[in-house]
Write a protein of this length. Structure first.
Length: 84
């Protein structure tokens, strides 16, 4: 069931005032600003709780169709990942 196995979720959000301050400093000191998206940052987090998932298509072994996978590391898109 959704939202049963954890109590809190977090979202990394920046306030508009912080963005404006950063942009003002870039202009003030004539700096260059670059953007970077880190796609794998969630994949290296150790999970604090036990989370089981269904086997992914293509990885199901014959005779073990009803078994589940125990996650050891966080997955991208897992709501608990943001807390890690």
């Amino acid at each position: 069931m959704p939202k049963v196995d954890y109590n809190e979720i977090f979202s990394h959000v920046v306030k508009h005032t912080s963005i404006r301050m950063l942009l003002a400093k870039v202009v003030q000191f004539d700096l260059e600003l670059e953007k970077m998206y880190v796609k794998i940052m969630f994949l290296h987090c150790e999970l604090e709780e036990k989370i089981y998932m269904k086997q992914s298509e293509g990885y199901i072994q014959e005779g073990k169709e009803n078994k589940a996978c125990l996650l050891k590391k966080s997955l991208y898109g897992l709501e608990q990942s943001l807390r890690q």
